[in-house]
Design a protein around this ligand. Sequence first.
Ligand SMILES: Nc1ncnc2c1ncn2[C@@H]1O[C@H](COP(=O)(O)OP(=O)(O)OP(=O)(O)O)[C@@H](O)[C@H]1O
Length: 244
Amino acid sequence: MNDQVKKTVGERSKKVVLRLEKIDRIFNQGPDQLEILKSVDLEIHQGEIVALVGPSGAGKSTLLQIAGLLEKPDRGLVSIGGKRSTDLSDLARTEMRRKHIGFVYQYHHLLPEFSAIENVVIPQMINGLKRSEATERGLELLRCLGLENRSEHRPARLSGGEQQRVAIARALANVPDVLFADEPTGNLDPHTAATVFGMLMTLVRETGLASLIATHNPELARQMDRVVTLRDGHLVELDPDSLS
Ligand SMILES: Nc1ncnc2c1ncn2[C@@H]1O[C@H](COP(=O)(O)OP(=O)(O)OP(=O)(O)O)[C@@H](O)[C@H]1O
């Protein structure tokens, strides 16, 4: 990986990148009020990869959406890189998402009419990078993900694992400070999931990103630095060895 893409752990001091303070989220479901997140606190430092596990409906996606500034909590504070999201205008929140946050979803959400490399280049150009630089960085990322021979293919001509690897390249192309991933390999068969997840972990470790990754897979969770879960809306730290 070249220097342009790489931000080594050493270059970054181990400061807190993501801080959640007393996050509450309540949904109205008919006459019922569902308290999905209750006073959730979480800190993630540079270079730290945190697994978010828990049963379906526990609130993992809700937490990721709030931490990734895609949704607002009912109460509480999200800070990224020391900037409090509540102090930001809607425009500044969008800017923060574009420049400092990478997101990988369970489904790739690639633009179907564009090639793999174009899918990685376009977000960088939106952020002001020249096409030549964006292409150089994009091709380097695709190479790191074993897709050097697939860069001109449109998503429909890629396998599920390849599509997801392009989505990972796209999420990392803007050199974010924090990466959120919601079941990034959940749609893949176990073998492909292990390969793609291994590549994601390598890239995240090399770039020293702070990451919060939701997964149902205990084997994948154990490869991360810390494991947290949501129990009745509360965030609880787990011993990775206790996962089965
Ligand atoms: N906009 C909404 N309005 C009402 N209820 C919602 C809304 N979004 C989520 N919920 C409810 O909140 C709960 C948590 O949902 P969430 O998607 O965060 O869970 P999850 O842990 O990510 O589940 P999964 O592992 O199945 O993806 C669910 O019961 C869901 O139905």
